[in-house]
Design a binder for this molecule. Structure first.
Ligand SMILES: C[S@@+](CC[C@H](N)C(=O)[O-])C[C@H]1O[C@@H](n2cnc3c(N)ncnc32)[C@H](O)[C@@H]1O
Length: 279
């Protein structure tokens, strides 16, 4: 991220969610606040997205990861979960529209500059902040999650659900594992959903070309991709940390879940969405 400036990829992810509402009718992930929080006109969001057809795959991936995270959260809620942490929240709107929002304690953690910008966006869009939400500014590279959440009144004794979408690739491996260690160490159990990518040299030719195009774009925004994981190694390390149940969806599994009628075969490698729990 650029020093003192809000994340530009947070804006880009939010623009993808807004475009998904307009171009695909929110078929995978319906978000009535997606356009409003962005503060743009529907026509210009649609025009911009349609002018870059190679970005469609990323838009669909972002819709799928958000849907998967919110479905997993709802399932955990049914089993008694009441505390949620949205890590690297960007312009995520779950806290402002989820039907569960008044029955959950929610913490939004983000880089201080991004969070200050989001709060301005919420005000300008007249989106009310629920009393169940607490903002916790944290720079993952400089501060521990325990410090940031502790200062915000987080209860480490409560079972907690962490969503961590679109953030892991931008962090150093050290920062990624520090956060996962914290989550795994919570005494009464935790769940986490995050997304990650296979290493670029393991991708198909087409996958590599799409990766390189996207990586160059985010690097140009001052937010370089720094971490990749090999699925088998990641699973082994997560289990060693104490995560017992791991659901890792690669491209074919994501397609099977959200596009059951798709006829083309997808490569195994690419973007993954992973859910792990210590319970
Ligand atoms: C691509 S955006 C994703 C935002 C949101 N989760 C979503 O899916 O729309 C990346 C997010 O990671 C956050 N981020 C990146 N580096 C960070 C750091 N060192 N500390 C805290 N947050 C960071 C940015 O502020 C931004 O909100």
């Amino acid at each position: 991220m650029q020093e003192g400036k809000p994340s530009r990829t947070a804006w880009a992810a939010a623009a993808h969610r807004a475009a998904h509402q307009i171009l695909e009718g929110g078929r995978i992930f319906a978000d009535p606040l997606a356009l409003r929080i962005l503060g743009e006109e529907a026509e210009s969001v649609a025009r911009e997205a349609e002018a870059q057809p190679s970005r469609r795959r990323m838009r669909i991936f972002i819709a799928a990861r958000t849907r998967f995270a919110e479905d997993s959260l709802a399932a955990a809620f049914e089993r008694g979960l009441r505390q949620v942490v949205v890590l690297g929240a960007g312009l995520d709107t779950c806290a402002y529209r989820s039907p569960l929002r008044d029955r959950l304690r929610i913490f939004e953690v983000d880089h201080p500059a991004t969070q200050a910008w989001k709060r301005r966006r919420l005000e300008e869009a007249a989106i009310p902040i629920p009393s169940s939400l607490t903002f916790a500014p944290v720079d993952f590279e400089r501060q521990t999650l325990a410090e940031g959440l502790g200062a915000a009144g987080f209860d480490p004794a409560q079972q907690t659900f962490f969503t961590w979408l679109g953030v892991v690739p931008y962090l150093t491996e050290e920062a990624v594992w520090a956060t996962l260690r914290f989550i795994a160490g919570l005494q009464n159990g935790a769940h986490v959903v995050f997304d990650y990518s296979d290493p670029p040299d393991s991708l198909s030719l087409e996958g590599r070309a799409l990766h390189d195009e996207h990586a160059a774009r985010v690097a140009g925004l001052g937010e370089e991709w720094r971490s990749y994981f090999e699925a088998g190694e990641l699973r082994a390390k997560l289990m060693a940390l104490g995560f017992s149940e791991i659901e890792d969806l690669g491209p074919p599994q994501i397609a099977a879940l959200y596009f059951p009628n798709l006829v083309i075969a997808l490569p195994d490698k690419g973007g993954h969405i992973l859910r792990a729990t210590t319970l």
